[in-house]
Design a protein around this ligand. Structure first.
Ligand SMILES: Cc1cn([C@H]2C[C@H](O)[C@@H](COP(=O)(O)OP(=O)(O)O[C@H]3O[C@@H](C)C(=O)[C@@H](O)[C@H]3O)O2)c(=O)[nH]c1=O
Length: 182
């Protein structure tokens, strides 16, 4: 496992060591001691798998509130996504900044997203499958989010029509969410 890119404090784009042979490939997608060596404190307790039928499907921007905040290790088993994270740590020098990464079954990247980030993605091809481990269990009472199309954040999503859930259409803007924190 090697770090390909570090951007907002604590976010890491990782590339596993891929062992290829005549059958195909093998890689360790998570190994606790490797993560410890990379300085990533991550002890997953739940794995999630989502499949999105149409290209242009958006899921996000999501996070869970303390004490159920989740770090995530995200990768794509099939297809291609534009994965977006937003720093929502109010004490962070990069508070309110976002970054986007192309994750695909082909590039085999893994994105490590620490606690304190809103997370979402847009699928770029049909039948895209995303797998991610989280280090705190699902807690519906602690689910929260920010509207993916937020004007202040100004995320440059891929062009084209979008498909998203009703739940995701009802999340507040970044400014509304911030004002509700005080
Ligand atoms: C997130 C989650 C959902 N569910 C249920 C609730 C609901 O009935 C159904 C679909 O949930 P959602 O619409 O929230 O699924 P989705 O929009 O895919 O939510 C996910 O989006 C990405 C971007 C993330 O970062 C994840 O943490 C998660 O929030 O699955 C669970 O049972 N466990 C879970 O951990």
């Amino acid at each position: 496992m090697k770090i390909v890119e570090e951007s907002l404090n604590g976010v890491k784009l990782l590339k596993p060591i891929v062992h290829r042979d005549s059958r195909g490939f093998f890689f360790e997608s998570y190994q606790q001691s490797t993560f410890d060596q990379l300085g990533l404190s991550f002890n997953p307790v739940q794995e999630n798998h989502s499949s999105s039928t149409l290209a242009g499907t958006i899921r996000g921007l999501h996070f869970q509130l303390d004490p159920f905040a989740q770090a995530k290790l995200v990768r794509v088993l099939r297809g291609l996504i534009y994965d977006v994270i937003v720093d929502i740590r109010s004490n962070s020098p990069t508070f309110g900044e976002w970054r986007g990464y192309h994750l695909s079954a082909d590039n085999q990247y893994l994105l490590f997203v620490p606690k304190g980030f809103a997370h979402g993605f847009c699928t770029l091809v049909e039948n895209t499958e995303v797998l991610y481990m989280v280090d705190s269990p699902y807690s519906p009472q602690h689910e929260s989010g920010i509207i993916w199309s937020d004007p202040t954040l100004g995320i440059t999503w891929p062009a084209g029509d979008k498909i998203f859930s009703e739940k995701d259409s009802l999340y507040p803007t970044f400014d509304e969410w911030m004002n509700n924190q005080h």
